[in-house]
Ligand binder design. Sequence first.
Ligand code: HEC
Ligand code: HEC
Ligand code: HEC
Ligand code: HEC
Ligand code: HEC
Length: 369
Amino acid sequence: MKTISLFFIFFVTFVQAQYMSNYSCSECHEKIYNEFENSMHSKNYFSDELHRHVADSVSTKKYDCAACHMPAADNLYDLMTGKARPDKHNVTHTDAISCYYCHKIAYVKKSHKHYINVIAKDAGADRPSFYGELKDPEDVEKHYSLHSPVYTQNVCKGCHSYKLNDFNTTIFHAMKPNQDSKECIKCHMPDLPGGNVEMNHKARMHHVSHKFLGIHDKEFRKKGLDINATINGNSLTIKLKNKMAHPLIIQPARAKYLQIRIVRGDKVVWQNYKKFPDEDRQGYFGYRFWKGGKRVIVPSRATKHLENNIDANATKTLIYHIPPPKDGDRAVIKYFVRYAKRDCIKAVNLSNKIWQEPELIKEMVVKAH
Ligand code: HEC
Ligand code: HEC
Ligand code: HEC
Ligand code: HEC
Ligand code: HEC
């Protein structure tokens, strides 16, 4: 009995396929590799200042963010329990949401605090099997390719669905319980011209984008929200339509808001806030957290959360009372994002200038008649 189990352990470790780095995929999937390297999925603990600062303010011992932010780690359990720290020289750490990891997700399991990705083991294989959506993929000396329905059903859900902290407070929620990943892929991974491999034996004409464009892309982010405005007497009505399959705000560090000005000639005669956009409770979207009766900035300690948000595919109407308009008056509406809210910048001490200033997503002008 003992010899059998010893043999079994030896056998398993011997044949278990080695981790293949992101870079190793570039030999054959160069286009996909280049797209991925510029995407947020390639951002790791060391290269994402916002993430690192928030993580360190939660704990400098345990790094349990690793489940989603460093999932390929060869010592994942040690990171999550505080026996190891992120290591710049470990490629399974710096590869972040790596190609190898994402393409080995076999299924996604529900758990209380967040979903868990279950990774396929390469039982008896001399090289890994990568899952995907191709109907009839080719095998190569570097890996087997397998068609798997998880790549349309649940592949994004393991990390993007929702997260609770230790006090059962929601830190983010992006997907409904029965929502699959088809829609996510349609918008965030559209087809791009050019085959999926450099030696394109099957003469494929396109591949799915691995840029994972989102809020950081100036063109892409314009498509998320439609803004319509009308002036009727002294009321300004603004209709906001969220066209995305997730709430307007997912990430608790973010804020999105409207700056609304009534302009007469070249003078501003009215604005929806005096100094700070969050004075306007309707036009400022984001999360807020409390512990007991006190506001907290870093959500890990919160016992309560509130959000001003717009649900997936929902419409919200805002009504503002403005000064009685004169002919030629116009409403200038600007829609901004802050990657890190003002209080967040202070709480976690961010230096890079991308966190300091809001970024304009889009703007529109309506005339009063
Ligand atoms: C259940 C998976 C999951 C866990 C666990 C998790 N995150 Fe995240 N995190 C995400 C996802 C998904 C995103 C991207 C979503 C988005 O930007 O809205 C993200 C984005 C972020 C961002 C924004 C990064 C940026 O550059 O804009 C910060 C900050 C962050 N997480 C902090 C943390 C910290 C700190 C922990 C650990 C205490 C943690 N996360 C644990 C899933 C997770
Ligand atoms: C030696 C060349 C080579 C290397 C290196 C390589 N691949 Fe591939 N890969 C291929 C070929 C060829 C195909 C088949 C393409 C087809 O059928 O259109 C493929 C197909 C795939 C597919 C599609 C599977 C499907 O069913 O949709 C995935 C996913 C994939 N590779 C991931 C990776 C990842 C991740 C890496 C790096 C860890 C990698 N590959 C490294 C050659 C390679
Ligand atoms: C293993 C966990 C994981 C999986 C699986 C995953 N993501 Fe992510 N995703 C993240 C994390 C973590 C971030 C934030 C990284 C950071 O900012 O440091 C992120 C960021 C993003 C972003 C943000 C881009 C931006 O500009 O802010 C988009 C879009 C995205 N993911 C889409 C997807 C889609 C679509 C899928 C499914 C095909 C998917 N992700 C699967 C963990 C994951
Ligand atoms: C109809 C197109 C569409 C669909 C469907 C869609 N998204 Fe998005 N998503 C966008 C756009 C546009 C943005 C950028 C604008 C914004 O964030 O307001 C975005 C932003 C994001 C971000 C970045 C948010 C941030 O602040 O960092 C993440 C993460 C994300 N999407 C994940 C997903 C996931 C997961 C799904 C599937 C449940 C999905 N998206 C479905 C269009 C879509
Ligand atoms: C966040 C998860 C995720 C990551 C990270 C990721 N992929 Fe993918 N990849 C997917 C999904 C989902 C599909 C299938 C989408 C579809 O076909 O609709 C896919 C498809 C592919 C395909 C088949 C493409 C086609 O259209 O023929 C290849 C090849 C591939 N990925 C290689 C890679 C490589 C190489 C990397 C790293 C540079 C990588 N992937 C990183 C999720 C991911």
